[in-house]
Design a binder for this molecule. Structure first.
Ligand SMILES: Cc1cc2nc3c(=O)[nH]c(=O)nc-3n(C[C@H](O)[C@H](O)[C@H](O)COP(=O)(O)OP(=O)(O)OC[C@H]3O[C@@H](n4cnc5c(N)ncnc54)[C@H](O)[C@@H]3O)c2cc1C
Length: 307
């Protein structure tokens, strides 16, 4: 029986794991992978205290940090998925996809999100044949080509910035009339003469033969259907919280994000906390996930010692 189970090895989960070790909370830490979503980033420039770091190196640093302090307090189980969470007599049980289970008095969920897929004709058909969800993985394959990025948040602009290193031109299609990305990022990326952004552009179809040849979109201001020739379509249209394995053990919002009290990170179920991109907070960043998870850990510590 553990004091605490932490699910997820992104920045949120690892921050909580380090704090759990320092507070001597007997913890079971389980994650499928280390580092979380920005592991695919070629360069993260806002991880505080580090001027720039590739996502893969951040993942290694996070794992090393937790392992350095885990000692005999934090039991680490990586490469496995939690498939189910149940209430037990004295707390909660997690069931892993390798058949093992673990039980604890408290549970902290930091399982983050995954990318939302493009739902228009041709998008699924041409996935891995020009339609992609990872610029840093696939960008070099599109060297010298005209490519399109779909989305208008920070991830879309970061993707465009990465692609400008390889592509002949990058056109960003933004569904609404405003970009959600930080103005400083928008300004920096749009300053490149090979970069173009089109607002009020709603994708309607990915076109191609064996591979992608372009994308059709509706100009929502005029209702006109237009087409852009492109060899690659990079989709960055948001995230789906990783919460389906939780069933109804905690309350979710309409977007399937875990509802939390931002003062304490407590969920609707006593004994379960959640932090980071899987929760119904407004902003999603590495530093925010770590801060939220540390807040949760402080509250868990108080909860376990005053029960
Ligand atoms: C392409 C890209 C670039 C980004 N760039 C930046 C940036 O430059 N700066 C910045 O601050 N933020 C950036 N972000 C956002 C940032 O990555 C996220 O806000 C952050 O990773 C969220 O951390 P998290 O710990 O909440 O969740 P996640 O990072 O999503 O981590 C979730 C963890 O849980 C594990 N997991 C999920 N389900 C299970 C399960 N059932 N069982 C066991 N383990 C599970 C996963 O393997 C993963 O390790 C970027 C995001 C993307 C997609």
């Amino acid at each position: 029986m553990f004091d605490l189970i932490i699910i997820g090895g992104g920045p949120g989960g690892v921050a909580a794991g380090v704090y759990a070790s320092r507070k001597r909370l007997k913890t079971f830490f389980v994650t499928k992978e280390w580092g979380g979503q920005s592991v695919v980033s070629s360069e993260i420039q806002n991880w505080i205290g580090t001027i720039a770091i590739p996502g893969a190196d951040l993942a290694k640093d996070l794992e090393a940090h937790l392992r350095a302090y885990a000692g005999d307090i934090v039991t680490i189980k990586d490469g496995v998925l939690v498939t189910h969470v149940e209430k037990s007599a004295s707390g909660f049980s997690v069931i892993l996809d390798n058949g093992e289970t673990a039980e604890a008095k408290a549970l902290l969920i930091t399982t983050g999100s995954t990318r939302r897929t493009l739902d228009v004709p041709g998008a699924a058909q041409f996935e891995h044949k020009g339609v992609t969800y990872c610029a840093s993985c696939d960008g070099p394959m599109f060297a010298g080509q005209d490519v399109v990025v779909i989305g208008g948040g920070n991830a879309a602009f970061e993707t465009a910035a990465q692609l400008l290193a390889y592509a002949q031109s990058v056109t960003l299609l933004n569904r609404s009339g405003e970009f959600r990305a930080d103005p400083v990022t928008v300004e920096r990326v749009l300053a490149n003469p090979r970069m173009k952004a089109i607002k009020n552009a709603e994708p309607t179809e990915v076109t191609g033969e064996k591979f992608v040849t372009g994308i059709r979109y509706k100009d929502t201001a005029t209702s006109e259907i237009k087409e852009i020739p492109a060899g690659g379509i990079f989709v960055e249209i948001g995230l789906i919280p990783t919460t389906s394995y939780l069933g109804d053990i905690v309350e979710l919002d309409e977007m399937k994000r875990i509802k939390i009290d931002p003062w304490t990170q407590q969920t609707s179920t006593s004994g379960i906390w959640a932090a980071g991109d899987c929760t119904n907070i407004l902003y999603h960043q590495n530093n925010i996930s770590t801060g939220d998870a540390v807040r949760a850990l402080e509250d868990i510590y108080v909860h376990l010692h005053t029960k």
